[in-house]
Design a protein around this ligand. Structure first.
Ligand code: NAD
Ligand code: MG
Length: 387
């Protein structure tokens, strides 16, 4: 592979460390420009030392002295603050991994896209809240946007861009999460510990809760709609507990193309890192004979109302997905802090969507105004729930 410069935004998280794992195997090919993290000074400094990064950025500005101390004598430059993360994204490495969680990723992703290089996108919230603005910026700068999310990476590998009108359906698979077979009563009393325990994937806390409510699949439907130019009504969700088939594309002739693999994010990350070539990764090989069978079932919209809320937001478009995303982030954080119950997450999102229906955002500033107004309303709704 040709030598290239790379940056990782959110280097200390689940996706960030999987990305580092691939890059560190070949530091001859991958020259690290910038690594960022929010709070984990030790993890960030260690990764910057190992990869001989040019720059390490900590989001919490108060932690900059600690980072500088940890990097003293290494030659790695240290910086701090949300603005410094955006500046790091704007350095324009040949390849940038966008793996910050939540809407905090929006401005860094936009800064990377505006540089017109390759952006490997894990931060789905940026496409959910500002998909039209993001894809427009990518087109304007000539940036290549490669999907990291396993479903979208699978679809990307099966999607014939020259003939989108020949696509009948795009089928996103969902594991069903830890509560796939749980009763409503069990879900009502679910603890954060139970909800983050994903059956197949090991991921950050926020996306793990989203997987348990199926909001993750809803966010992914919206994400897919921005990445793949077919009508909003052509996306479907299929529950597939083994997480082997990562998604499928059905063509008008009846052919259904799928991408399969073990549930290890190093496969889709490696795909975006080597694209359009291929690289070896240490992900476990798929052994279908050992797995024996693959199961599929329709999603249950009654037990998982978040999926329906996201589908409605996708169909309505405009600001609805940004409102949905912001309310969900607040409700998930409250659930993780045990301030609301598991079933309250979707209930809070539904109520915020009912109360707040702003016009479509025309800029990233509009998106942040909507995001913050939706957060305020979510907090109000939750206030009533707990009292
Ligand atoms: P994580 O919580 O493990 O890591 C998040 C990273 O973002 C950390 O490096 C953290 O320091 C940084 N961060 C957190 N808050 C920040 C802030 N306010 N400003 C700047 N940086 C901040 O999350 P993750 O599981 O790695 O997920 C990252 C993104 O990738 C999410 O958008 C998630 O939906 C998406 N994603 C993850 C997976 C997965 O397998 N983990 C799969 C598909 C998509
Ligand atoms: Mg996914």
């Amino acid at each position: 592979m040709a030598r290239r410069t790379v940056s990782i935004l959110g280097a200390t998280g689940s996706i960030g460390t999987s990305t580092l794992d691939l890059i560190e195997r070949d530091l001859e090919t991958f020259e690290v420009v910038a690594l960022t993290a929010q709070r984990d000074v030790a993890g960030l400094a260690a990764a910057a030392r190992r990869t001989r990064a040019r720059l390490a950025v900590i989001g919490e500005e108060a932690l900059l002295p600690d980072l500088s101390a940890a990097l003293a004598g290494t030659g790695v430059e240290a910086a701090g603050g949300a603005g410094a993360i955006i500046d790091a994204a704007a350095l324009g490495a040949d390849w940038t991994m966008a793996a910050i969680v939540g809407s905090a990723g929006l401005r860094p992703v936009m800064a990377a896209l505006e540089r017109g290089r390759t952006v490997a996108l894990a931060n789905k919230e940026s496409l959910v809240s500002a998909g039209a603005l993001m894809t427009r910026a990518a087109r304007a700068s000539g940036a290549t946007l490669l999907p990291v999310d396993s479903e979208h990476n699978a679809i990307f590998q099966c999607f014939a861009p020259e003939a989108p009108e020949k696509i009948r359906k795009i089928i996103l698979t969902a594991s069903g999460g830890p509560f796939r077979a749980a009763s409503r009563a069990e879900m009502a009393s679910a603890t954060p510990e139970q909800a983050v325990r994903h059956p197949n994937w090991s991921m950050g806390a926020k996306i793990s809760i989203d997987s348990a409510t199926l909001m993750n699949k809803g966010l992914e439907l919206i994400e897919a709609h921005h990445l793949f130019p077919v009508g909003a009504d052509r996306f479907e969700v299929l529950v597939h507990p083994q997480s082997v088939v990562h998604s499928m594309v059905e063509y008008v002739d009846g052919s259904v193309l799928a991408q399969l693999g073990t549930p290890d994010m190093r496969t889709p990350i490696g795909h975006t890192l080597a694209w359009p070539a291929r690289m070896a990764t240490p992900a476990p090989r798929l052994d279908l004979a050992a797995i024996g069978r693959l199961d599929f079932e329709a999603p249950d919209y009654d037990r998982f109302p978040a999926l329906g809320l996201a589908q409605a937001a996708l169909a309505a478009g405009g600001a609805r997905p940004a409102v949905l995303n912001a309310a969900n982030e607040v409700a998930v954080a409250a659930f993780l802090e045990r301030r609301v119950g598991f079933l309250d997450i979707a209930a809070v999102v539904a109520e915020v969507l009912e109360r707040y229906d702003p016009p479509a955002p025309a800029s990233l500033d509009d998106v942040f105004a909507i995001d913050s107004a939706a957060r305020t309303r979510a907090a109000e709704v939750m206030e009533r729930l707990v009292t």
